[in-house]
Ligand binder design. Structure first.
Ligand SMILES: Cc1ncc(COP(=O)(O)O)c(C=O)c1O
Length: 395
């Protein structure tokens, strides 16, 4: 055995349980296919609005190049605090209740790393963003995957109660509202029903609301409004302001919890980047951002309506997603039923890449996730290729 192979022994037992993201693996694997059209990645196709970019440029030009405090600049925490209050009626003090993180991703990591002892359980309604389960494993915990596909992809109080009754090491539940990959949103009634079960427990609610600004019908409802003492809210600028590469997230919660999270946060990242924080402050606080996000949202909604209609015409079943920028569609009965094989066949026959649903956990098999964070012209081309595929199969 080579020395390099022997070195593989150094890795922790928990890392051995972690597998690479099926979304990224597939998306990278099809890159070499000539003429490939990819609707795989959940990343806005818009540029960062000019007024936000200028804030980053100004920060660089004025030598804003030193460490900030690890919680992030007070100016950005204040902007985040006011944003959460104005948009979702959430009350978090900038000085004590908010950490600025490296994207929603670091916020999730900080919470899981702070709370998990070996074999502690994290409840995850699925289909879900694959990072939740893998990050739980990296931190020594056990994901408990709750298949919610039979309930229109919404976790019901009955299912939650049942799961709590049969698991004895639950530390937290991750609720993703609006959801990646299904695009569902939780109504006030649905949230209150979950709150009625969770309030009598000490289970921490990790509420991933990174898509909160991209809710198409009705207002986004945060579970933190109903159970603030037991909830941490994760949000950020990646999706609503098309700032994925700036890497700025927000972790908000009760002061005592935030103090503990800050121990992990400050040791793993020291501080976020100043120019990115300056830009995020403008994203959260300027009037122009309201206009630019409204415009993006209008485009997303237009694309969603187009895609849902076209998929239904091709006999895919799907519920109209009320948030985020994905359609989660059931593969028609006369197509290949194994979603992974179907996704590969789509690439082979018409050079169209979408993500197989099985990668999002139980309840995802038999579905595909199509991202509509892509220009209309790409979506039209995708529909043309799908129609061509249907023609081949149904001839
Ligand atoms: C549900 C969900 N949470 C978190 C993230 C990561 O967000 P960020 O770019 O802010 O780290 C994503 C990105 O796709 C996501 O879909």
């Amino acid at each position: 055995m080579s020395k390099e192979a022997k070195m593989m022994d150094i890795f922790s037992a928990q890392l051995k349980t972690v597998t690479p993201s099926p979304i990224h693996t597939f998306s990278e694997a099809v890159d070499h296919v000539p003429n490939i059209l990819k609707l795989t990645i959940g990343e806005p196709d818009f540029n960062v609005p000019e007024h936000i970019k200028q804030a980053a440029v100004a920060a660089i030009s004025s030598d804003d190049s030193h460490y900030s405090v690890s919680a992030g600049t007070l100016a950005l925490r204040q902007a985040a605090s006011q944003f959460l209050k104005r948009h979702y009626d959430l009350n978090y003090r900038a000085t004590t209740d908010i950490l600025i993180t490296i994207g929603a991703t670091e916020a999730l990591y900080v919470v899981l790393a702070s709370i998990l002892d070996e074999n502690d359980e994290i409840l995850i309604p699925t289909p879900a963003y694959p990072v939740y389960a893998q990050m739980t494993r990296i931190n020594g915990g056990q994901p408990v995957l709750i298949d919610v596909s039979d309930d229109d992809f919404v976790l019901t109080p009955e299912k939650l109660k049942q799961t709590i009754a049969t698991h004895h090491h639950i530390k937290a539940i991750i609720i993703n509202n609006p959801s990646n990959p299904t695009g569902i949103t939780y109504s006030e009634t649905q949230i209150k029903a979950l709150v009625s079960v969770l309030k009598d427990t000490n289970i921490l609610i990790i509420s991933d609301e990174i898509y909160s600004e991209l809710t198409y019908n009705g207002q986004h409802e945060s579970i933190a409004r109903y159970l603030p003492e037991q909830t941490v809210v994760i949000n950020g600028v990646s999706k609503a302001y098309a700032m994925t590469g700036y890497r700025i997230g927000v972790l908000a919660g009760p002061t005592l919890l935030i103090n503990e999270f800050n121990k992990v946060h400050s040791f793993i990242i020291m501080t976020p980047s100043n120019p990115a924080m300056a830009a995020a402050k403008v994203a959260f606080s300027s009037q122009e951002s309201l206009v630019s996000t409204a415009k993006m949202k209008q485009d997303y909604q237009h694309r969603r309506d187009y895609l849902v209609k076209a998929l239904k015409q091709l006999e895919f079943e799907c519920i109209v997603p009320n948030g985020a920028f994905y359609v989660f569609a059931k593969v028609p009965d006369d197509f290949i039923q194994d979603d992974v094989a179907f996704a590969n066949d789509l690439v082979d026959k018409v050079q169209l890449a979408v993500v197989a649903g099985a990668g999002f956990g139980p309840g995802g098999a038999g579905y595909i996730r199509v991202s509509y964070a892509a220009a209309m012209s790409k979506l039209e081309e995708a529909v043309a290729r799908l129609t061509c595929y249907a023609g081949i199969i149904r001839k």
